[in-house]
Design a protein around this ligand. Structure first.
Ligand code: PLP
Length: 375
């Protein structure tokens, strides 16, 4: 490994050499036959990853650009939306909606608890004017999986759209867009897929496309408007199936990452990351750590753990970085200084990487004089 950090954070994640090599190839034009073939191969492959017969666009931007596109393309200023939150990214989704002049209803489950379908049903009954439910699948800030399947069903039963932030879950955690009834879903190239940072695949099903064309003026402007992206796919589909210049190297690397994902099998990737989660959790528990949440709600792609009694969590995080060039994540908000988070995406899922991390964590406990405190 080179002198860079080995990322064991819940994103971004370290990627394979061949992805870096694809990024390093000479730049190609973002139009023409060869390019269009790569782009269409990547979008078609992503349908198998989202598990949708709907359409996929590769939005050049961060994950939140995709979230903003989903929310603003199908809703109009003043529309009511329900955005429950149990962490930073749920809050961020609400901020995006507010910035797009939507009227946001929200609620919070208890700290380190999942958002349930029953809670969403109750909130929808309380706010009959809501037009969409926006939900984070894996709330990365606390490593908790929300009940997205049931929440999508609740939205559908109420006749409202379901918009899913699958940024840290799609390809890492069981997710079936069509079977679950999600209407719009966004993920990113890097996290569970293992491509480079820079594109947000956005998937849209038939109800979302009907909402695009319902004649109501939408909150979206031009670039982050799904209608614009669709128009260019239709008008220029044969040579330039997107509205603007694309990060061609990033998309080429992404296409390779998705090809590798499909070779592995999406379900196998889910299982592999869950096994990595078990390896990390079991190893940490053996060292005396207490997990933030039980496996029933804990995500297979991120483990959140409390520090040991008397442990200075930020010192531990800095020590790993300084002495072993391993970067793990800290707690956010009210959990800052109390928990740390280990991601299991990308190269961080490799068993050797996990074992090395656990070994040096045992060293830290030893040298910090924390050995036996939990006994
Ligand atoms: C990483 C992450 C984001 C943020 O994505 P950006 O690429 O930084 O815009 C949003 N939501 C979730 C659930 C994430 O894990």
């Amino acid at each position: 490994m080179d002198d860079r950090e080995f990322l064991m954070i819940p994103g971004p994640v370290s990627v394979d050499e061949e992805i870096l090599e694809a990024l390093g190839r000479s730049v190609r034009a973002h139009y023409g036959d060869a390019w269009t073939q790569i782009y269409k191969h990547a979008t078609a492959s992503m349908r198998d990853v989202f598990k949708t017969a709907g359409e996929v666009h590769l939005v050049f931007g961060s994950g939140i650009a995709g979230v903003e596109m989903c929310i603003s393309s199908v809703l109009s200023p003043g529309d009511e939306v329900l955005i429950p939150s149990n962490g930073l990214f749920g809050d961020r989704m609400a901020e995006v909606a507010i910035a797009n002049r939507l009227q946001v209803h929200s609620f919070r489950p208890g700290l380190s608890e999942a958002i349930t379908a029953a809670q969403v049903r109750a909130a929808l009954a309380e706010h009959p004017g809501v037009r969409a439910v926006c939900i984070v699948h894996h709330e990365t800030s606390v490593g908790i999986l929300n009940e997205v399947e049931g929440i999508c069903r609740a939205a559908r039963d109420h006749g409202v759209l379901a918009i899913v932030d699958g940024i840290s879950s799609v390809a890492g955690v069981p997710f079936e867009m069509d079977a679950w009834g999600a209407d719009l879903c966004v993920t990113v190239a890097n996290k569970c897929i293992g491509g480079a940072i820079g594109v947000a695949p956005v998937a849209a099903g038939p109800r979302a496309l009907a909402a695009l064309d319902d004649g109501r003026p939408k909150a979206a402007g031009w670039y982050l408007n799904l209608a614009t992206w669709r128009r260019y796919t239709e008008l220029w589909g044969g040579w330039h199936p997107h509205p603007t210049t694309m990060p061609t190297n990033v998309i080429e690397a992404f296409d390779l990452a998705v090809t590798r994902l499909l070779e592995e099998g999406v379900e196998n990737r889910w299982r592999r990351l869950a096994a990595a989660r078990d390896r990390v959790r079991d190893g940490l528990e053996e060292l005396g750590f207490e997990m933030l949440s039980p496996t029933s709600v804990a995500s297979p792609v991120t483990t959140a753990s409390f520090g040991l009694p008397g442990m200075d969590v930020s010192d531990y995080i800095e020590w790993l970085l300084k002495n072993h060039r391993i970067r793990i994540g800290g707690g956010l908000g009210e959990l800052r200084g109390r928990i740390f988070r280990v991601g299991h995406m990308g190269r961080a899922a490799e068993p050797e990487a996990i074992d090395r991390y656990l070994r040096v964590t045992a060293d830290y406990i030893e040298q910090a004089g924390l050995a036996g405190v939990h006994k």
